[in-house]
Design a protein around this ligand. Structure first.
Ligand code: FES
Length: 576
């Protein structure tokens, strides 16, 4: 963009939006006229940054239901700083409502965000997100559009409470539901709990995917410091939204774009924070996709390397004991980043215009049981392990901090399921041939096989074992699991079974071996037998023959590549 003389006498960049409405053509005039149809005077927008507010509000997404209110706070800040706010919607992804999985539509939302920014007269964007897939979709879209961008996350719900006990959405919901399945909780008690788990607007308040991805947005430098953990109903969330509105106007004049902030160093910072907070395994997929959008090299080996050197510090469910509210009171992401600053690229730039080291230099920690010191971690290694082996030549992941220690080194016979829905019914059988040594294996849960890479990887415990008091066993699949889930579950096995990955060769009775210490997941078959079985592989029928679903199947990449569409990777060479 060229510089032009500003009316104040200094020099300033020509605003991007001015290329829409300043000029000699009819449409320059028409755009001014139609902007004025919104009740704006010409003076109100002339020479001022137009700030898009990209809103994922939807009544089909309870986690983001308050984002219209938050947008009003952003607008206050934008007006106060001399900008003009223009709110616009995109599709939203309600994690628990969308079938077969919100992940099927993450790339669609990212495309919506990218094109809504690219194709409109906005000089900067404030993006409002919260529920699981809305944050990565907006990060991906903003990265590709590369217009100055700042994120305001919606914040976690208030802590759940049932009969005086704090309960986390997702995590405790699953535990209570298993108690109901095993007969230890009555229908009436379950009904009562149903009204206690999600007490307010906001996203799930454990360190599930939503809290992980909003923490990662902060770690990347894409939010104002401290944004991620503020509870959704807390007045300080509106205050930070207003501050964000002020700051985006300055960012426009500084031309502070996502590609200046989301560098390779920032991605490594995000992974390091992810490991320290015991973040969701889904962060692996989303960060790989984001790196692809930015044209930056990132592989599972980077997660492997960073996990090994990063202590796990944040004592929040599902890996720990507390909930996001306590994490906020303890100091939130800035306190974590200060604690692990020697492991971070402190010189990485953030939306404040300062480095992340400067942002967190004085960040206090108010509760060392919630955010541990680096010298006294909950685990010396990060929350997510990357596994390889003859079942996962391109990798798999295991959230070892949410697994059972006694199962992290395990050998056992496989019980194989081809179909998720049939499996759910089978797991209720009183005569299911399982014991605590069995390894449950689910196929056809990957990006193409699911389809859409559903959260089927947290295979429910067989009712027969629950009734015996067995609460965990080894479960493996090419699916994902909710960030709120827990257990000894190996996920994201790549390549997936539906395209002939080795998981397709496993038969009931084969011995599966898991070694977290060796970072291995294997089936005890020699290479010749494995290859012989895979020669007979017949792919399952495709789920879609038209529309977005077909585009997804034709272009989605595998888990170890981030599951973005192949044609969306890397930055466009020039802006249209
Ligand atoms: Fe939206 Fe959990 S359902 S974050």
């Amino acid at each position: 963009m060229s510089s032009t003389e500003a009316s104040s006498g200094g020099t300033r960049r020509q605003l991007r939006s001015e290329t829409w409405y300043e000029g000699p053509e009819y449409y320059n005039f028409a755009r001014r006229a139609y902007l004025r149809s919104e009740g704006l005077t010409r003076e109100a927008f002339h020479g001022k940054p137009l700030i898009g507010i990209c809103n994922s509000w939807s009544e089909l997404n309870h986690c983001n239901i308050h984002l219209r209110e938050l947008a009003e706070a952003v607008k206050r800040g934008v007006w106060a700083a001399g900008g003009v706010p223009l709110e616009f919607p995109t599709i939203s992804l309600g994690e628990v409502f969308i079938r077969p999985t919100a992940m099927l539509l993450r790339n669609l939302m990212a495309m919506d965000v990218e094109e809504s920014i690219r194709c409109n007269p906005v000089d900067g964007v404030v993006l409002l997100c919260g529920c699981d897939k809305t944050t990565p979709a907006q990060l991906m879209g903003a990265a590709s559009a590369d217009v100055p961008s700042l994120f305001v996350t919606g914040g976690p719900m208030l802590s759940g409470n049932y009969r005086g006990e704090w309960k986390g959405s997702g995590t405790d919901g699953r535990k209570m539901f298993d108690l109901f399945r095993s007969g230890s909780l009555s229908q009436e008690e379950l009904n009562e709990f149903e009204g206690c788990m999600a007490r307010s607007h906001g996203h799930c308040m454990v360190m599930g995917t939503a809290s992980t991805m909003t923490s990662i947005a902060e770690a990347l430098g894409m939010t104002l410091p401290g944004c991620a953990a503020i509870p959704a109903p807390d007045s300080r969330r509106k205050a930070i939204a207003e501050q964000s509105g002020r700051r985006i106007v300055e960012m426009v004049w500084e031309d502070l774009r996502p590609t200046r902030i989301m560098t390779r160093e920032a991605l490594e910072n995000a992974i390091t924070v992810d490991m320290a907070i015991g973040g969701s395994t889904n962060a692996v997929v989303h960060l790989l996709a984001l790196a692809g959008r930015l044209g930056l090299p990132l592989t599972l080996d980077d997660f492997h390397r960073i996990s090994a050197r990063t202590p796990y510090l944040v004592n929040v469910k599902p890996s720990g004991e507390y909930l996001m509210e306590e994490f906020f009171y303890a100091g939130g992401v800035p306190a974590v980043m200060r604690e692990i600053l020697p492991l971070l690229h402190g010189e990485a730039l953030s939306v404040t215009g300062r480095t992340i080291a400067e942002n967190v230099a004085a960040a206090p920690c108010h509760n060392r049981d919630v955010i541990r010191e680096r010298a006294q971690p909950l685990s010396p290694e990060g929350g997510t392990l990357v596994l390889y082996g003859n079942l996962a030549p391109d990798g798999a992941v295991l959230k070892h901090t949410a697994a059972s220690t006694h199962l992290l080194e395990h050998r056992g016979p496989a019980l194989v399921f081809e179909d998720h829905h049939a499996m759910i019914l089978e797991l209720e059988r009183d005569d299911l041939p399982v014991d605590e040594n069995t390894v449950l294996v689910l196929r056809n849960g990957g990006p193409k096989g699911g389809p859409g890479f559903p959260e089927w990887g947290h295979i429910p415990m067989p009712k027969r074992l629950l009734q015996r008091g067995v609460m965990d066993m080894v479960r493996i699949s090419d699916a994902r699991m909710s960030g709120t889930s827990f257990g000894t579950v190996v996920l994201h096995i790549a390549p997936e079974s539906a395209i002939g990955g080795p998981l397709a060769a496993v038969r009931t009775g084969d011995i599966i071996s898991l070694s977290a210490s060796q970072r291995r997941i294997d089936v005890e078959l020699d290479d010749v037998e494995l290859a012989r079985r895979l020669r007979d592989f017949v792919p399952p029928p495709a789920h879609y023959s038209r529309g977005y679903g077909k585009m997804f199947l034709d272009h989605v990449t595998q888990a170890n590549e981030g599951c973005d569409f192949d044609f969306l990777r890397a930055l466009p060479p020039t802006e249209a």
